[in-house]
Design a protein around this ligand. Structure first.
Ligand code: FES
Length: 146
């Protein structure tokens, strides 16, 4: 089973596969289908609550910059960029920061652009210039992930 994060225009990150989401060291979702906020305005972070429509989040859903890279998974197993691996992907929600990818994942943009790997940082503040990846802007805007 592939782990995939689709990036629809002006919408959330739509993840399918074997997805685990971690907040403050706790697994808050262990699922095959979840939508995570990337506009920064959900009242139920890290999950999408539809606030992107209310705030007029405007993003083409293409890869503006950044990428996933091969790396080691949480159990220290080298898995390269095998996004079709049966391994789960762990999404670690950094406090006031991005969604950290730990495990095999393919990011698929609305124009078909792809980035595959096992490590990376996905923007969830809505302000990155390299969406869907984090460029550190969350610090400048003092993103509050609570
Ligand atoms: S989380 Fe948006 S720039 Fe880092």
């Amino acid at each position: 089973m592939s782990n995939v994060a689709e990036v629809p225009p002006s919408g959330p990150l739509c993840l399918t596969g074997r997805i685990r989401v971690e907040v403050d060291g706790e697994i808050v979702a262990d699922t095959d289908d979840v939508a995570l906020c990337r506009c920064g305005h959900s009242g139920n972070k890290p999950f999408c609550d539809g606030s992107h429509r209310r705030v007029g989040f405007d993003d083409p859903g293409v890869i503006l910059g950044g990428r996933l890279v091969p790396g080691r998974t949480g159990d220290d197993t080298e898995v390269g960029a095998a996004a079709d691996s049966p391994e789960p992907v762990l999404i670690v929600c950094a406090t006031n920061g991005p969604l950290l990818v730990r495990g095999p994942l393919a990011v698929v943009a609305s124009d078909g652009g792809r980035s595959e790997g096992t490590k990376g940082a996905l923007c969830r503040c809505g302000a990155s210039s390299t969406k869907p990846f984090c460029d550190g802007t969350h610090k400048e805007i003092e993103f509050d992930s609570e």
